[in-house]
Design a protein around this ligand. Sequence first.
Ligand SMILES: Nc1ncnc2c1ncn2[C@@H]1O[C@H](COP(=O)(O)OP(=O)(O)OP(=O)(O)O)[C@@H](O)[C@H]1O
Ligand SMILES: [Zn+2]
Length: 543
Amino acid sequence: VRSRLSGSCCGVSGKTWIRPGGFDTGLKTFNSLTKQKEPLILAREGVATWYSCGPTVYDHAHLGHACSYVRFDILQRILTKMFGITVIHAMVITDIDDKIIKRSWEAHTDVTLFIYKHVFVIVFEVIPPAVYLRVTDNVHHIVAFIERIIQNGHAYATKEGDVFFDIRSIGDRYGKFGGAADSQGEPWSTNKRDARDFALWKPSKPQEPYWESPWGRGRPGWHIECSTIASCITGHSVFGSQLDIHSGGIDLAFPHHENEVAQSEAYHQCGQWANYFLHSGHLHLKGSAEKMSKSLKNYITIKDFLQSYSANEFRMFCLLAKYRSAVDYSDSSMSQARTSLGTISTFIHDAQAYLKGQLQCLPVQEAFLWERLAETKSSVVKALAEDFDTPRAVGALMNMVYHGNCQLQPVSESDGAARSPAVFAAMISYIRDVLDVFGIDLLHTSHGGNLEGVVEQLTRFRSEVRAFALARQDAPTSGSTSKPGLFKERIPLLKACDTLRDGLAPFGVLIKDRGATSTWEITQGKPSERGQSVQNKDQETSS
Ligand SMILES: Nc1ncnc2c1ncn2[C@@H]1O[C@H](COP(=O)(O)OP(=O)(O)OP(=O)(O)O)[C@@H](O)[C@H]1O
Ligand SMILES: [Zn+2]
């Protein structure tokens, strides 16, 4: 039940988090500002304003970046598709900073946006933000933002053309993310009033790109772009002085988010700018204490990853750990993700075969399965409402799949036993809905859209040939010594059917012969593994 709560964030001193006024979503989320789970209360009913610091990826995008974007994409999809909350997501594209300048600015300004759109949005199907905003398109707003902070008494210009944020001016409000209040964020400059003061504006060196400003030619500091762009775009207030959710990797909490908060609250003269900070844990190579990172050169590129696994499998890998926790990347964790997806996919295909009457089964405990479905639905919602607990939600789904599988006990002759197609149809639909919330599309394969139709036709043809080859000879006439059995001359046809089945397995097409009928599915694993699993499991017609 959503309710209007009273409360105000302005005029607050110190680091105390103020429960926002607005609409209680009924969800709980871990807030880095309080280091505990809090009720998620939004300023406007059914709408979440969400700002995320954009990528700073200039060359090889690595799996750590994908981990961060896919995890937050999953969270946003849950809010939207499970809880009906419209997410307004704005993202800044950093197209000017020290690293870009070093790499020849002109050539690299749009690389980050290109990578984001092509790698994360297209390959990993991350929903793009409502707006991407380039820093270089917004420098005049950044200048105006800094001017206001100076007017409000929270920043100062030096004669060298720097502008620094004045940390002492906000007293004990600096250090909202805890533990880092004494750290020295940027290199010491004799022009600073306090070692912790950080640059809002930097004078440009010769040969560097620059913009005109009241403090001379220069360019924005690192943190100011986010505060400005989240707060006001083209003269209008986008999120205004209040933002519901701000997200980023845990490495960004200090100093970046700390400084964003200081600047924004100094600009808006409010005590609480962003109400919730969501930080995701890092991706590590298994056994490594360090996160996967460009500078440590301990990364796996997206290109290399896609040689072995699919984007769907990576999403499942992300779902199997909580978004806040650090995760280990390894072949075994990826194979766990692959197995989970494979189990779901096989169940869907088997249940479909049952629906079509291709799979004859023992009578099903239908009421029991309806109960499992209802229980799963409520467990999934509960898990996701509790700080987006995706591993628990996937666990509930897998449990339902397990029970569904247990009830699909194939028999060669059904003898007209009662059938329960509706409950299986409902389970399939529900699984698809949940996977859709998570952004996983089981039908989506790299083979292109027509493969399903081709496999269907091929399997049908093969089934007819097999049925013909499996036909039994008439019972021998009395006095004859020969037994009824297969027509000898048709055995090569049966062998050809086996060869076709085994030959398609390495391409991810898994045909299963079930008595006289056959079912098929398209699997998503690596060719070698798919081949193996088929060889091991399914040799019944050759025997
Ligand atoms: N290993 C990782 N796991 C999860 N998120 C990551 C990882 N590495 C980077 N990110 C996230 O990706 C975004 C871009 O990070 P960044 O460009 O700093 O990557 P990086 O490889 O760590 O680079 P550098 O080594 O130069 O710091 C940030 O939001 C950051 O939190
Ligand atoms: Zn930022």
